[in-house]
Write a protein that binds this ligand. Structure first.
Ligand SMILES: C[S@@+](CC[C@H](N)C(=O)[O-])C[C@H]1O[C@@H](n2cnc3c(N)ncnc32)[C@H](O)[C@@H]1O
Length: 154
């Protein structure tokens, strides 16, 4: 987490544009409404793009990153989501889950999602656990987004 804490001030200038493109791809291919959780939301710059039709919560283990988000925010990890079962209509995660234990994170995502909720995960292709992601998200639709592959269900 030290890395993201240390770059938190300059993060949006460094990565904002490319992350915005992934968020727009998700928006274009996912029907989103109701309560949305953004896991590994970072500064929440992309989370805010989903506000409007959805009420968004930004979750990130880096306090320095997520404290920049002006909306609802939680400091936590994907592997242990501090929410009750079946409470989210949509779950998104953009270029964050390669940092997590993916199997544990996915159990948590399924637990907190309502049945038939939209799940959209943009995953860093060069990550060590990319092959695990491809297996885990085999049934998801796939969209190419340069450095990431974006998995969307349904
Ligand atoms: C490349 S940034 C992406 C931030 C944001 N999603 C965006 O689109 O700009 C990766 C984020 O993943 C977060 N992260 C690291 N480990 C995590 C974990 N175990 N669970 C959830 N997020 C994690 C980092 O703190 C960082 O903010």
């Amino acid at each position: 987490m030290d890395y993201y804490n240390s770059i938190s001030k300059g993060y949006n200038n460094l990565h904002g544009k490319e992350q915005e493109e992934k968020a727009l791809l998700v928006k274009a291919n996912c029907s989103l409404s109701g309560l949305l959780l953004d896991i590994g939301a970072g500064t929440g710059a992309t989370t805010s793009l989903f506000e409007g039709r959805s009420k968004c919560i930004a979750l990130d283990p880096s306090k320095e990153m997520v404290s920049q988000f002006t909306g609802l925010k939680v400091v936590a990890k994907a592997e242990q989501l501090p929410f009750r079962d079946s409470c989210f209509d949509s779950v998104i995660s953009l270029t964050a889950l390669h940092h997590a234990n993916l199997e544990k994170a996915m159990v948590e995502i399924e637990r907190i999602s309502k049945p038939n909720s939209c799940i959209a995960i943009s995953f860093f292709k060069r990550a060590k656990n990319f092959n695990i992601a491809k297996k885990l998200f085999a049934g998801f639709r796939k969209f190419d987004s340069e450095k990431d592959l974006v998995f969307i269900r349904p």
